[in-house]
Design a protein around this ligand. Structure first.
Ligand code: HEC
Ligand code: HEC
Length: 397
């Protein structure tokens, strides 16, 4: 999928992951002889027998596959991690998984999906997704991984900076791996969970098993360092009213239409959209993320049309320039733009760098979290290589 020959720009790690994900294509079987037996036709995977698993599969496909991939192995967008690796499912208990879904990871593409935070999923639906992931990964219940001994944060810092930071960032920077300094993550992850991930890694992903490079005390030191990051907790209850359902759709209805210079006729740089707003030009801006993220922060004047609720596009007039955005930064917005083009819109664009970059530039932001905690969370690198994006060339900031 993404490891096309000759594309040296791709991260080696991403390629390894993709290859691992495609491992099913490789066969260890001996070469076929001339036996008269006809090859057995591939059998479709049996439908899950457990109704909760079946329900979870449906929820998963609608809301999660966009980033975590159809098989939940991750890396379809924005470095979303695998949700079915053995070491993850055996150390993450159901509460960790369910709360991660419910609360999301503020400041990343992982939105809160729980109803309490204006997300789309009920508690029951979240539980069904957990059952689906456990079924898919073949790990029915988590073990209680042993906690490390007390460690030394100063020693841990040296190890972290040299061995972990390039992938995991720190409290002020994000990188390509799961953001370990995310306050919601740290609140949910036990020391045993962290130790298990570091010692055994996440097979089939860029996260190696550090058992051979760090002894037990060094692992404890790294964890002590991570615990020394004191970060403001994220709210676990709604921080603002739900979005107005029938507010105005068109921004500056009396203004002139903007003329965007879009890369590949699809991706509009943020600066052009910011200028169009400043010049009071006429356009529609669509937030393609779950409503929970929209409530927390959005581009002023934008409307909420999550990538899984495309019927809401009925409200968007065809003769107005439309820009859609998300955090990932092209996938959810891309789904919305494709649907607009399918419906006959002539000028529908993806906001190139996404809303996390927009916020980092200090461009206008509205919403309940705009002035508070969420705004302080670092932005990921401008774009990642680990997904089959439409185009990356000529894309420098
Ligand atoms: C727009 C992309 C996107 C969508 C859609 C999405 N996720 Fe995520 N998810 C992410 C990213 C990115 C992370 C890692 C965030 C970080 O860097 O900390 C993540 C993290 C997670 C984690 C934590 C995993 C870990 O190892 O700590 C879980 C669990 C999870 N997602 C489940 C889901 C489920 C279930 C859905 C659907 C209801 C979903 N996600 C939808 C992008 C997404
Ligand atoms: C080459 C990049 C890379 C390096 C170096 C690296 N990691 Fe990771 N790490 C990852 C990725 C990618 C994941 C997510 C894997 C997945 O899909 O489950 C991860 C997952 C983790 C997790 C689990 C997070 C979760 O929510 O499931 C922890 C904890 C972790 N790493 C800690 C560390 C520590 C500590 C170090 C240094 C000793 C380190 N990592 C070095 C890439 C890296």
């Amino acid at each position: 999928m993404l490891c096309t020959r000759g594309n040296a720009a791709l991260l080696a790690a991403a390629c390894l992951t993709a290859l691992a994900a495609c491992g099913g294509a490789r066969s260890d079987a001996p070469p076929r002889d001339d036996s008269p037996v006809a090859p057995t036709p591939p059998t479709p995977p049996p439908a899950p027998a457990d109704p909760q698993v079946a329900a979870g599969a449906e929820v998963y496909t609608k809301y999660c596959a966009l980033c975590h991939g159809p098989e939940a192995k991750g890396y379809a967008a924005d470095n979303a991690p695998s949700l079915v690796s053995r070491t993850f499912l055996e150390s993450a208990d159901d509460t960790f998984i369910a709360r991660s879904i419910e609360l999301g990871r503020p400041g990343t593409a992982m939105a809160p999906y729980g109803r309490d935070l204006n997300g789309p999923l009920t508690q029951r639906e979240i539980e069904s997704v957990v059952a689906f992931l456990r079924d898919k990964g073949g790990v029915k219940t988590a073990i209680a991984p042993p906690a490390p001994p007390a460690g030394d944060a100063a020693r841990g810092k040296q190890l972290y900076v040299t061995m972990c930071q390039t992938c995991h960032g720190d409290p002020s920077t994000r990188s390509t791996g799961v953001h370990l300094a995310n306050p919601t993550f740290l609140a949910l992850a036990s020391d045993g969970f962290l130790r298990h991930a570091i010692v055994f890694g996440r097979p089939g992903t860029p996260m190696e098993a550090f058992a051979s490079r760090l002894d037990g005390n060094q692992v404890a030191d790294v964890i002590a360092y991570m615990r020394s990051w004191s970060l403001p907790a994220e709210p676990t209850k709604p921080t603002g009213p739900a979005p107005v359902k029938d507010g105005p759709v068109v921004i500056n209805p009396k203004g002139k239409s903007p003329t965007f210079t879009a890369r590949d006729r699809r991706f509009v740089p943020s600066v052009q959209v910011k200028d169009a707003l400043a010049k009071k030009q006429k356009l529609v801006i669509i937030d393609a993320r779950p409503e929970s993220d929209f409530v927390r922060e959005h581009i002023p004047g934008s409307i909420s049309v999550p990538h899984y609720e495309l019927a809401k596009l009925d409200r968007v007039p065809k003769d107005v320039v439309v820009v859609a955005y998300c955090a990932c930064p092209h996938h959810a917005s891309g789904v919305v733009v494709d649907e607009l083009l399918r419906r006959g819109h002539k000028q529908a664009y993806v906001l190139d760098e996404g809303i996390l970059f927009w916020r980092k530039q200090g461009y206008p932001i509205a919403g309940s979290g705009a002035a508070s905690g969420a705004a302080g969370i670092p932005t990921p690198p401008p774009h990642d290589h680990a997904h089959h994006d439409h185009a990356h060339h000529g894309h420098a900031h």
